[in-house]
Unconditional design. Structure first.
Length: 392
């Protein structure tokens, strides 16, 4: 008898709850092992060469500025090498990249990561963009709107056991708060603060439509937008990760953002799912315009090819489809599917969390350079948005 059928038996709700307990316990053990000895993530340190690359300096220029003594000098390790903390690098970035920083009087640019389909690299891209921009000197707020809490997990926090409702956007959605300020917490990554997510955030999908029915003049789509207003001048960039669905929370995230970034692998199923996303969002936007007179402008919309497998012969065809469907919106960089990125993800991190990669150096460099290019392009879009807003 087939082993798959030999043990068939009815599975009760009690069995499902037991399964959830076992999965949660194992997840806790795995994270503790991955993040030992403190069970909390730590940002990597940086060499003089890495610092120079981020700031556009050669080794002699770095050495001269260290001697000058007006910027963090890092610390010399036992093997005689100098290393810099993340906060050190950010201080250098702000000094040498002052012209690239947020202009006085400008507000944070909010970027939403959205796609109907899971497994497209949405959360990894959100985290990487936040980390990359902070390395360039920008102060970033990351907002996790997905009840699954994948972005929260990348920050080293277990959504189902280490996040309270007041640390999420839920109080905003139920009307208990009008600002996100009280939900913001610092993270292990200096320069990036977090509004976490947890399974309890599913409650927002019931509270938002309920309030729409019972509260006069309530705008269900505008809750997050209003909630961010109080902190927009305290950050340079706000990165919002969304659920893989067009939910009430996703609508809020889209309406609160200046720019939309869609990660999209070049395969047929993901392409079809993305098409459905745009159609449904378009239909919803049309209803809001017609019924409520709501207007919405994005400063930019971009599609980023992710998880690109160089050995997939069909990718070229789908890449052409994407180019035709999103003409003028496809970013001129692709995120490759690499062992380095997979290794980082297995340890609840991104390529930016890798202090030292033990695998193929070329593989790591290819992934790191791709994300650096994405960060550079996103920063250019942010700067263009600042210029446009200031001119207006």
């Amino acid at each position: 008898m087939n082993s798959n059928t030999a043990t068939l038996a009815p599975q009760t709700l009690s069995d499902v709850m037991d399964q959830a307990d076992r999965s949660g316990l194992l997840m806790s053990r795995v994270r503790s092992a991955m993040l030992s000895p403190t069970s909390r993530k730590r940002a990597p340190t940086y060499s003089s060469g890495q610092l120079g690359a981020i700031c556009g300096l050669d080794r002699n220029q770095v050495a001269y500025r260290i001697q000058k003594g007006d910027l963090p000098s890092g610390r010399v390790t036992g093997n005689g090498r100098r290393e810099f903390s993340l906060a050190d690098v950010q201080a250098w970035s702000r000094a040498y990249r002052a012209a690239a920083m947020r202009p006085a009087g400008a507000e944070a640019v909010a970027i939403v990561l959205a796609n109907f389909k899971g497994g497209v690299g949405k959360t990894t891209t959100a985290m990487s963009v936040a980390q990359g921009l902070s390395l360039r000197g920008h102060r970033v707020l990351a907002v996790d709107c997905d009840p699954q809490g994948s972005l929260t997990t990348l920050f080293g926090i277990l959504p189902d056991t280490e996040v309270e409702d007041e640390q999420t956007i839920l109080p905003l959605c139920v009307g208990a708060e009008s600002s996100l300020r009280s939900a913001i917490r610092p993270s292990y990554w200096s320069g990036v603060d977090l509004v976490a997510a947890a399974p309890l955030l599913f409650g927002a999908e019931f509270s938002l439509p309920s309030r729409q029915q019972t509260e006069d003049d309530f705008e269900f789509w505008n809750v997050l937008n209003i909630g961010l207003d109080e902190v927009r001048d305290e950050y340079d960039v706000i990165v919002i990760d969304t659920p893989p669905s067009l939910s009430y929370v996703t609508i809020n995230a889209l309406m609160a953002a200046n720019g939309l970034l869609m990660p999209l692998p070049p395969n047929a199923l993901d392409f079809a799912s993305a098409s459905q996303f745009w159609r449904l969002f378009s239909d919803l936007a049309g209803q809001l315009v017609e019924q409520r007179g709501v207007g919405k402008e994005f400063d930019f919309i971009r599609v980023l090819l992710t998880r690109v497998d160089s050995s997939d012969s069909t990718a070229t065809v789908v890449r052409d489809w994407i180019g035709q469907a999103y003409e003028g919106k496809v970013m001129p960089v692709e995120i490759p599917k690499t062992a380095a990125a997979a290794s980082a993800a297995a340890e609840f991190g991104t390529i930016y969390d890798v202090g030292r990669y033990d695998g193929n150096a070329r593989t790591y460099k290819r992934a790191a350079e791709a994300y650096e290019k994405v960060t550079e392009l996103v920063e250019q879009l942010i700067q263009a948005t600042w210029r446009r807003k200031m001119a207006a």
